[in-house]
Design a protein around this ligand. Structure first.
Ligand code: SF4
Length: 346
């Protein structure tokens, strides 16, 4: 393992143990290091007073800890949603959004800097993909937001900037880090991953039986409209995508949540709703309707509340379970990627 290239927060307990054993130290030193990074929020190896001084210095010089910096914070005046802009080791910035629900606090995290999928309604993709995040940078969003807001985060949604399945290995490592008992010990049932729909990855993910909730962004019930709205994802047909979702349910026994962002005059007609019912009939599925957050660079507007209700009604009549997502943080650059873009332009 090339230590200099590693992000200390990305290493699992077993990897720390192996490193310590390789240095002639007992394996338990590795578990101590992991615990200090992930449970005690150590910002430097020098703080780890349980370790011998020589080891602390060796770690600090070879694989220094970088604490994510808060670049900006916006708090909604309408609800308790808080948007954080964090600066990374290389100066790049990413967004995380903290939301309060009846069941506790949920954090929406980013998986990439930028995104290459090109969805028309999304601000994250305007500058393309800059780079993947490490698993350590993904967990650190949870730790940093929790510290900034002084709250315990009980749920995590991987739905911020980036396509998580485009950063697949880091995503799986992120799940392993989050569930570690010597870390935050978060139940995987409390984690949702949202993809724009890459069928081969959905099948691979099903085979892993990870146990998190899968959400798939659909946003259109026919291939032509989906190609216009989501050119990256629509390289795959809806048939391929929905087959993969059925495979996921067959393998895991879990239902898939389909996200559908309603855009005025674009995908919110009665015919669109009827097509959606026809597509999803017979699947173990649930539809989450999202009144889209306006992105001024794209000229897209949100459907009226009445249109949203009518759309939902068609789904209910077709016996497709549906919820309308509560609008959160619209007064704080609510759409993913907006805060990062504004900050970059300032
Ligand atoms: S919606 Fe998600 S997948 Fe699509 S461009 Fe934005 S970040 Fe990427």
């Amino acid at each position: 393992m090339n230590l200099e290239q590693q992000d200390p927060h990305s290493l699992l307990p077993k990897e720390w143990e192996d490193l310590c054993v390789g240095w002639g130290l007992p394996a338990y030193r590795g578990r101590q290091i992991f615990q200090w990074l992930h449970q005690k929020d150590a910002t430097s190896f020098l703080e780890m007073t349980v370790l011998p001084e020589e080891l602390r210095r060796k770690l600090e010089s070879s694989i220094p800890v970088f604490e994510m910096q808060l670049a900006k914070k916006q708090r909604s005046t309408k609800d308790e949603t808080t948007k954080f802009l964090f600066r990374l080791r290389d100066g790049q910035c990413i967004e995380s959004v903290l939301m309060r629900y009846e069941y506790g606090y949920s954090l929406c995290i980013s998986s990439q800097v930028g995104c290459r999928m090109g969805c028309r309604f999304c601000a994250s993709t305007l500058g393309g993909l800059v780079r993947n995040l490490t698993a350590g940078e993904m967990v650190q969003q949870v730790y940093a937001a929790s510290k900034e807001a002084s709250v315990r985060i009980s749920h995590v949604v991987v739905m911020g900037c980036g396509e998580p399945f485009d950063n697949y290995d880091a995503l799986l490592r992120f799940f392993s880090l989050m569930r570690e008992e010597k870390g935050r010990g978060l139940s995987l049932r409390n984690i949702t991953v949202s993809t724009c729909g890459l069928p081969h990855r959905i099948r691979e993910f099903a085979d892993c039986h990870v146990g998190v909730t899968l959400a798939v962004s659909l946003h259109a019930a026919d291939d032509e409209l989906r190609r216009q709205l989501m050119p990256g994802a629509a390289r795959f047909s809806l048939d391929e995508l929905l087959d993969a979702c059925q495979y996921y349910t067959k393998e895991t026994g879990r239902r898939v949540t389909f996200e559908y962002a309603l855009i005025k005059g674009c995908n919110d007609g009665r015919d669109d709703a009827v097509r959606l019912v026809q597509r999803l009939r017979g699947m173990l599925a649930h539809v989450n309707l999202i009144p889209v957050n306006p992105v001024e660079e794209r000229g897209l507007a949100r459907s009226s509340p009445q249109r949203v209700r009518e759309f939902a009604k068609v789904l209910e009549m077709g016996r497709i379970p549906v919820t309308i997502r509560r609008e959160m943080g619209a007064d704080i650059d609510g759409a993913c990627g907006q805060l990062r873009n504004r900050y970059a332009r300032a």
